[in-house]
Design a protein around this ligand. Structure first.
Ligand code: NAD
Length: 472
């Protein structure tokens, strides 16, 4: 049993003012794993005050100075990789490959921010005026539980690179990972107050960050419902908001695609991170005249997924993060059956031999219509819905018939045709004929998948205010 009883404010670890506690359950065996003492609004105000004090000096640093600090952070996180991975596997239950990738990306995000600073133009001209890209102020960084290190580090790296200071509110379900990350980041020896980590409930700590007049910007990753509440709350103090929200991403197999080659990628796109991924391609659109072949191949891939204890190196699908998330996924599987979808693989309940943890059976439905609940709502588990279409126009129409627009995938043999289809999809990112890692490219959603972009120069600009100076 781990006791998490410290938060990180002004460069020091301290007991929270908040006295509420929460028990975290081991997702693999359902036993109590950690007790967390949660931060409250008083702690949050102390963290904001520390970030505010630190902002003056930090915002006046040169990019070269900030590069030096970012590189120290990168080294600190990289050196802790093994411990970070082990803790993420234990607390979150993520498959080993996912946890390694997350920890590695967390370290790299500081390096990417440093690299960006080497070329980024903070001073520009526009006509007769000069334009100074000026740090916006204290940033509130609010993150979900499905890739804590990655979200916290990429947001923090960008905020610091811009000259902002930060108050970080990780998910309460990631309290152990957040506590470890705080210790690792502290090891880089940055001046106090530049970043503060207050783990507490969303409606307490998160709400205070959103409300507080000394926070100038919110960068939030999480559900669309909470994102909408944050946007409303941020309006009172006119905070800048970047919202990375949910998705219901389509994967289109065009009728000339090599299904044998595409299907392992299409299934991976749906179930990576045990399906607890915002960019999961959970609607698989296949041409009606090749539906039988697609069903056979998709069923083969889904049935072959190794579900189990994430401490085993070959596990692809770990448990859901919590009992609540398990129940949510079960509810959608039952709903799919009730609405008449055809079950090809998986179904309700737990896989044999894994009855104690929050494990679900990777589930494949076919005969799904795009108006069914399982095609409209984000499930956040390894559940894939196959939808048949007649021609490219209908495929695009179905792909776009969603309130979301985060990500899409297109597979086809004729590259120009696949590119034309990609161009018609309303999504922040489209991957054609592969799964790619493009951390310098903007990431974010169209429609209700969010507001703004993270990563690269687009992400950096979201922490900066353009300030025009004319006549001087
Ligand atoms: P969530 O929205 O419930 O919580 C996210 C964070 O917001 C947590 O830290 C939570 O404590 C906090 N929060 C909750 N209520 C709040 C409030 N009123 N004010 C301020 N903060 C509040 O999401 P989750 O369950 O942690 O994560 C799953 C969701 O995140 C999914 O919907 C998924 O699509 C989304 N997600 C999006 C991306 C992306 O980049 N687009 C990435 C990962 C996850």
């Amino acid at each position: 049993m781990h006791d998490i009883d410290h938060i990180y404010i002004d460069g020091a670890f301290r007991a929270p003012h908040g006295t509420d506690t929460m028990e975290l359950i081991d997702p693999v065996d359902g036993r109590p794993a950690a007790r967390v003492r949660l931060a409250d609004a008083t702690d949050t105000r102390a963290a904001i005050a520390a970030a505010r004090r630190a902002f003056g000096a930090w915002s006046a640093t040169t990019p070269a100075e900030r590069i030096g600090w970012l590189e120290r952070l990168q080294r600190a996180v990289a050196q802790a990789e093994r411990e970070l991975v082990a803790t993420m596997i234990e607390e979150y239950g993520g498959a080993p490959a996912t946890c390694v990738a997350t920890a590695r990306r967390a370290a790299e995000s500081f390096g990417l921010a440093a690299a960006l600073l080497r070329t980024f133009a903070f001073e520009r001209t526009a006509g007769a005026a000069r334009v100074f890209m000026t740090p916006v102020g204290v940033a509130g960084l609010i993150t979900p539980w499905n890739a804590t290190y990655g979200f916290v580090c990429s947001k923090l790296a960008t905020a610091l690179a811009a000259g902002c200071t930060a108050v970080i509110k990780p998910s309460e379900l990631s309290a152990r990972q957040a506590a470890l990350l705080a210790r690792v980041l502290h090891g880089a020896g940055l001046p106090p107050g530049l970043f503060n980590i207050v783990t507490g409930r969303g409606d307490e700590v998160g709400a205070e960050i959103v409300r507080h007049p000394d926070v100038a910007k919110i960068s939030f990753t999480g559900s669309t419902a909470v994102g909408k509440a944050i946007m409303r709350g941020a309006a009172d103090t006119m905070k800048r908001v970047t919202l990375e929200l949910g998705g219901k991403s389509p994967t289109i197999l065009l009728d000339d695609a090599d299904f044998e080659a595409a299907m392992p990628l299409a299934v991976a796109a749906a179930v990576n991170n045990s399906g607890q991924a915002c960019l999961a391609g959970t609607r698989l659109l296949v041409p009606a005249h090749r539906l039988d072949e697609a069903e056979r191949l998709a069923a083969r891939e889904m049935a072959a997924l190794v579900v189990g204890d994430p401490r085993r190196p070959d596990t692809r699908i770990g448990p859901m993060v919590s009992a609540r998330q398990y129940e949510r996924v079960q509810g959608y599987i039952r709903q799919g059956l009730a609405e008449g979808a055809r079950l090809l693989v998986g179904g309700p309940g737990k896989p044999a031999g894994l009855e104690r943890g929050h494990f679900v059976r990777p589930t494949l439905f076919s005969g799904v219509r795009n108006d069914m609940t399982i095609a409209r709502e984000e499930i956040f588990g390894p559940v894939l819905s196959m939808i048949a279409y007649r021609d490219d126009d209908e495929a695009v129409a179905i792909a776009n018939d969603t309130v979301y627009g985060l990500q899409a995938y297109v597979f086809g043999a004729d590259a120009p045709r696949a590119a034309r289809v990609a161009a018609r999809i309303e999504a922040g990112r489209v991957f054609v004929n592969g799964l790619y890692d493009v951390p310098e490219a903007p990431f974010g959603g169209f429609k209700q998948s969010g507001v703004g972009r993270e990563f690269g120069s687009f992400g950096l600009e979201s922490y900066l205010e353009p300030k025009t100076v004319a006549g001087a």
